[in-house]
Design a protein around this ligand. Structure first.
Ligand code: BGC
Length: 742
């Protein structure tokens, strides 16, 4: 088994070689190349290009290289020496990977970059980072995630990348998962809506985006060896549903299969997952690429639906190298299967525009991109508590800013999605400095942003390392703001308790000054033992490269907070489905099973089913305005089932409400009492009211039936409720639904 912690820093020492020449060849569509005819459908073009390819060219398209210097160490018996030489000369140093193109046919090289938050490349000069995906899910706004995707996709294109390894849409099943910040929350509808926005935005640049990590890659502990045990129907109604909806709404060119096993079979060689669910049932036309090091076989993987092996030498063997060539020769992998792999890759490159508009390095409008990520951060922050209108800060003459390196910047998550910022790490030297580190703070200082927004106030900073000193400063100020941080990342899971003495720091400061508020920079949910003793809490997530400014904008009221929680915050560890994380304490490489006995009852559905009261529920968030809603109407219209309601801003400032519609099956039969079936974010001027119409996708009212392999809406009465959160429903109407097979 590859030790990923050791491998990653080595990859970072990638080769300093250029890659410009290949683009020109790719750009040339020569005469007699009918697949370059843009007026033909992508499927036809892919078939025509395939027919013109040699077997060697086909095999080269299904085998990807990592960008590390291990490439130089691979022996000639593993991969062809010429291919390796070309890889060394072509791969973009510091990027995720590279696959050779077929220049004579106008098929470009595939230049792969991570990930959902922006272009990751520690060897380049820095890029714009969006807030974490969990943060932008909190915006409840697919238009916002589209804008973010369009921006990072543009940076990818202008940095020479045509494949973006983005679209993390695994449901947040395990609140301790170190990668939750790369995902879009616990609800399939919300996760799919915002992820589809992101993928559509990225692909609007004429490049390919993935969605990932398919599937049930719900924790990082033991991710390469664990088997996620889950009933197929439960998966189809939860995690798979999120992927199914993104496929439907964004048509990603590629899907990345995950490290783990599902019901004992590795995801990247799982016929039920890849051939049956993804390709057959959902009609996915693109290609399945493996996660880096997630392939374990040649024949089984190829025949189960894997189309491209990624990032060699992350895998133990070049399964889709000479081994695949031989398997096709001896017929254990049919030639038609190899052709299908290649046709799918060609389809994605042609359909998304990567052939017709080859990528090339160009100038990035950093200021415009900063505005995009600033807006994303502003609209993603969630105001969790605000007693006596402590916020927005008004009239405070002295403010103590404490902890969290808030004088210098804002925290980012670690691992393969970490975007290095322009201007460098604001707090270098924190541990770990290597994979999955470094720990990076983006140079957007909340302190400086507050000082410039409040020129008449004295804003003093204390690092928070000594709670007594911090409390002394807080006691002298009108308001105290404590920044707490939780660093999470790839390849490890976390505790929900804050590290070090941060809880004690908040308690000490709150004792010294009753007007204390807390800003949380975290990958996901945290426990807040001090909650009753602080006046306000702002959940800022990992807010991206303009995060410090966005925090100041919310605290001062320049921007009205409008985020809603995309996950449940538990009140205690005992409320979790698995109070103890599986796999902890096992030897490296020792396999184990995680039994997802909650099935499709993920997140708030679990809390509903068990009658648990969380610390903060899914869908919850405060505003500086107040909103009311009029009567709810449910109607069967030609376009489908719709809900109409009037939303009104009764507050004194512009703000946004998120209309949330939940449904329950009166007769039961669902995984939990209710599901989110539609939502819409609505910005309203003071006093403004607006009719909002939501269309309900019938899949959200259905249950996947294992006996037929189809979804079914069962005839009966259903309750539709408006909610301020999953735990606070305001109005309910009953509506009958007819039996329907989907
Ligand atoms: C991650 C993927 C990432 C890939 C390439 C893997 O470790 O799981 O999300 O895209 O590396 O960097």
């Amino acid at each position: 088994m590859i030790d990923f912690r050791k491998l990653r820093p080595a990859l970072a020492l990638a080769l300093a070689l250029g890659f410009g020449a290949v683009h020109a060849a790719a750009a040339q569509g020569q005469a007699g190349q009918p697949w370059m005819d843009r007026s033909r459908p992508s499927g036809e073009r892919a078939a025509l290009a395939l027919a013109a390819m040699t077997q060697a060219e086909k095999l080269s398209l299904v085998f990807g290289f990592a960008s590390g210097d291990q490439l130089g160490q691979i022996s000639d018996s593993v991969i062809n020496a010429e291919a390796r030489r070309k890889a060394l000369a072509s791969v973009v140093p510091g990027s995720a990977g590279w696959i050779p193109g077929v220049p004579r046919l106008g098929i470009p090289d595939q230049f792969q970059t991570d990930a959902s938050l922006g272009v990751r490349n520690p060897r380049m000069d820095g890029h714009t980072a969006l807030p974490s995906s969990l943060a932008t899910a909190a915006s409840f706004d697919p238009k916002l995630t589209f804008a973010g995707g369009a921006m990072i996709g543009r940076e990818a294109r202008l940095s020479g990348f045509n494949i973006m390894l983005a679209g993390g849409v695994n449901l947040v099943r395990e609140p301790r998962n170190g990668r939750n910040f790369e995902y879009a929350g616990e609800d399939p509808l919300l996760a799919a809506s915002v992820s589809a926005g992101l993928v559509n935005g990225i692909q609007s640049n004429g490049i390919v985006s993935t969605m990932k990590h398919f599937a049930i890659n719900s924790q990082e502990t033991g991710r390469t060896v664990l088997s996620a045990q889950i009933a197929e129907g439960a998966a189809r109604d939860s995690d798979y549903l999120a992927f199914e909806l993104v496929q439907d709404w964004a048509r990603p060119g590629s899907v990345m299969c995950s490290y783990n096993r599902i019901n004992d079979v590795y995801a990247c060689e799982n016929d039920r997952l890849l051939n049956q669910a993804l390709k057959q049932d959902w009609g996915f036309k693109g290609y399945v690429m493996s996660d880096w090091g997630a392939v374990h076989s040649t024949v089984q993987a190829a025949n189960a639906g894997l189309d491209q092996q990624s990032g060699f030498p992350f895998d133990k063997q070049a399964y889709f190298g000479t081994l695949l060539e031989r398997a096709v020769e001896d017929g254990s992998v049919p030639q038609a299967r190899l052709d299908d792999m290649v046709r799918r890759i060609l389809w994605a490159l042609l359909d998304k525009g990567a052939v017709d508009n080859p990528v090339a390095k160009g100038t990035i409008d950093w200021d415009a991109h900063a505005r995009v990520t600033l807006k994303a951060a502003q609209d993603s922050m969630v105001l969790l508590k605000n007693t006596e209108n402590l916020l927005p800060l008004r009239g405070a003459r002295s403010i103590a800013l404490i902890g969290g390196h808030a004088d210098r910047g804002v925290l980012a998550g670690g691992g393969s999605s970490l975007v290095m910022p322009r201007g460098g790490n604001a707090v270098p030297g924190l541990k770990p400095e290597h994979w999955p580190g470094p720990v990076v703070y983006y140079p957007s200082s909340p302190l400086k942003a507050l000082q410039s927004a409040l020129p008449r106030a004295r804003v003093a900073y204390d690092p928070g390392t000594d709670p007594v000193a911090a409390a002394a400063l807080a006691a002298k100020c009108d308001v105290a703001i404590v920044f707490v941080t939780q660093w999470t990342g790839e390849a490890f899971d976390v505790s929900l308790a804050l590290e070090g003495q941060q809880d004690a720091l908040v308690e000490a400061v709150a004792r010294a000054n009753p007007r204390t508020l807390v800003v949380v920079e975290s990958g996901g949910a945290i426990l807040m033992p001090w909650l009753p003793r602080v006046g306000a809490v702002l959940q800022a997530w990992y807010p991206g490269t303009q995060g410090g400014q966005a925090i100041a904008d919310i605290l001062t009221g320049a921007v009205n907070p409008s985020g809603r929680l995309p996950i449940t915050f538990p009140a205690s560890m005992e409320q979790l489905v698995r109070p103890r994380l599986d796999g902890v304490g096992l030897k490296d490489g020792e396999g184990f099973t995680v039994r997802y006995t909650e099935g499709a009852a993920v997140g708030y559905k679990w809390y509903d089913q068990k009658g648990l009261t969380p610390l903060f529920p899914f869908g919850y968030g405060l505003s500086y305005s107040r909103f009311t809603s009029g009567k709810l109407r449910i109607e069967d219209r030609p376009a489908g089932l719709t809900a109409t309601v009037q939303a009104r801003n009764t507050g004194a400032r512009k703000g946004a409400t998120v209309v949330q519609l939940y449904a329950s099956a009166k007769a039961g039969g669902w995984e939990a009492p209710k599901r989110l079936v539609a939502f819409q974010k609505v910005w309203l001027e003071p006093g403004e009211s607006r009719d909002v119409t939501l269309t309900i996708d019938p899949r959200l009212l259905s249950v996947w039936d294992p006996s037929t392999g189809r979804r079914r809406v069962t005839e009966g009465d259903y309750l539709f409720s408006l909610g301020d959160s999953a735990q606070s429903l305001t109005e309910t109407v009953s509506h009958p639904l007819a039996d329907r097979k989907l």
